[in-house]
Design a protein around this ligand. Structure first.
Ligand SMILES: Cc1ncc(COP(=O)(O)O)c(C=O)c1O
Length: 458
């Protein structure tokens, strides 16, 4: 491989790999690893194109400020290019986005403005509307506007599309492509490219449940009602100005749960660490493949890397918490314990461990209290205030053993007690210690009870 002179030269030319272990019916399924772009997603391509095209038109020059509303990946693509070319960048990001993406954006030098994710287009806090306003109010700023910018689909029409066809020509061509739609740049650009160069290729949309696009494609009706979904980067509550759905023949609506479980299966079976939308697209692709009666070569885009979702869909606790993974139900308080001790999931500390160890463990696992276990017996509990009161005024006491600061008079709740029995415990400001006789089972906190109640509503 030649040595590149800039990281920007590494955008595009992503590899394609064939599925080996998935049940794809009579079809062959291929993955295009857009996750291998230097910013970790397909959006590097449009970051480069939208800035380069604006420069070529004389609309911007290095030193200018660029503004965009983005769910994250476009921001990363833009941040990469802006940083390399010397632009300032302000990004408006909805607050449902994963923390990893936001940290990543800030680390690349972008200024991040968080906004609400529970409002729709037309609301002043909607991320695209807010970005547009910020661009207007910032002197000399250029609004990137991926949803209305023709340079976005152009990146795919002239870049991604021909690249895919050249690669797939090696295995005899491409019969269908499955993609998700956010700004719709990918879909519109690929559609235009394939219309010219591979008109038989079928365009299949993978859409989150709650988005309006599936109904629009399959039934031709445009709803003004959308619901929320957790998959990031795809799904719409309006038709983006640059969108052209005319050649999309079929759409599948995929639930968050199916998307996340399918992404996890992809990692397990094929070793591909994709983002949440990869799960949506693969789930749709598998449905499509299994419905076919004649063999087809089908391509799925792995639009971004799963590295950005390690604390979400690749985290079992997060999945359990949100009801996407299920545990055996017992019909008692065990069902509310997120980290059961019997499965070695509870984060604990020993009575002889130092307080500094307990403090570090609380920080690492983001918990406010630790059960103190001597062998398998619960001998105390240590929370943040116990530790604080112990060390305050004499920080050397961080080196005292946990046993000197813990509370050993324990307020246990029997596992068979009704849920109401938790309320007075929380009222006293404690966590509930759940026990079955002498056996410690785990802790229940206020947020665990809230999660349980919310799951019951769902
Ligand atoms: C993570 C992610 N972001 C964005 C998109 C959507 O791309 P576009 O904005 O081009 O429609 C996709 C497409 O599947 C995606 O998976």
């Amino acid at each position: 491989m030649p040595i590149a002179t800039s990281v920007l030269d590494l955008i595009g030319n992503t590899p394609i790999v064939k599925a080996q272990h998935l049940d794809t019916g009579v079809c062959e399924l291929y993955f295009k690893l857009e996750s291998q772009n230097p910013g970790g997603s397909i959006k590097d391509r449009i970051g480069l194109q939208m800035i380069a095209a604006a420069e070529a038109r004389g609309d911007i020059q290095p030193g200018d400020t660029l503004v965009e509303g983005t769910a994250g990946n476009t921001g990363l693509g833009l941040a990469l290019v802006a940083q390399q070319k010397g632009y300032k960048l302000i990004l408006v990001v909805p607050d449902k986005m994963s923390r990893e993406k936001i940290f990543n954006l800030k680390a690349m030098g972008a200024q991040v403005v968080l906004t609400r994710s529970d409002v729709a287009k037309g609301h002043p806090d909607y991320y695209q509307d807010l970005a547009e306003r910020l661009a207007r109010e910032t002197p000399g700023a250029y609004f990137i506007n991926q949803f209305g910018n023709p340079d976005n689909p152009a990146a795919h029409e002239h870049g991604t599309g021909p690249e895919i066809l050249a690669q797939m020509a090696e295995v005899g061509g491409l019969d269908a492509i499955v993609f998700g739609c956010g700004s719709s740049g990918t879909m519109t650009g690929l559609s235009r490219c394939f219309a010219r160069l591979s008109p038989h290729t079928e365009l299949v949309l993978a859409d989150p449940v709650g988005s309006i696009l599936t109904e629009y494609i399959n039934e031709g009706t445009l709803s003004d009602k959308s619901a929320s979904w957790m998959v990031e980067g795809i799904g719409e509550d309006f038709l983006p100005p640059i969108s052209d759905f005319s050649r999309v023949t079929k759409a599948y609506a995929i639930s968050d749960k199916e998307s996340f479980l399918t992404a996890r299966m992809l990692l397990e079976k094929e070793g591909i660490l994709g983002g949440s939308s990869t799960g949506t697209q693969l789930a749709a692709a598998l449905k499509y493949c299994r419905e076919q009666t004649t063999p087809k070569r089908v391509l799925v885009l792995v639009c971004d890397t799963g590295n950005k979702y390690l604390s979400k869909m690749y985290n079992d606790y997060w999945m359990l918490d949100n009801g996407f993974l299920e545990r055996e139900q017992h019909g008692d308080l065990r069902d509310l314990i997120l980290r059961p001790f019997s499965q070695r999931d509870t984060v604990v500390v020993g009575p002889d461990d130092l307080l500094v160890t307990a403090y570090q463990r609380m920080k690492l696992y983001d918990v406010s209290q630790l059960p103190v276990m001597a062998d398998d017996q619960l001998v105390g509990i240590l929370d943040e205030s116990d530790a604080l009161l112990h060390v305050y005024g004499d920080e050397a006491r961080f080196r005292d053993p946990v046993s000197t600061a813990m509370v050993s008079k324990l307020d246990k709740v029997d596992v068979r007690a009704p849920i109401e029995a938790l309320l007075p415990v929380f009222d006293r400001g404690h966590v509930a210690i759940i026990a079955d006789g002498d056996h410690f089972l785990g802790l229940i906190t206020r947020i665990d009870l809230l999660n349980h109640l919310r799951r019951r509503v769902e």
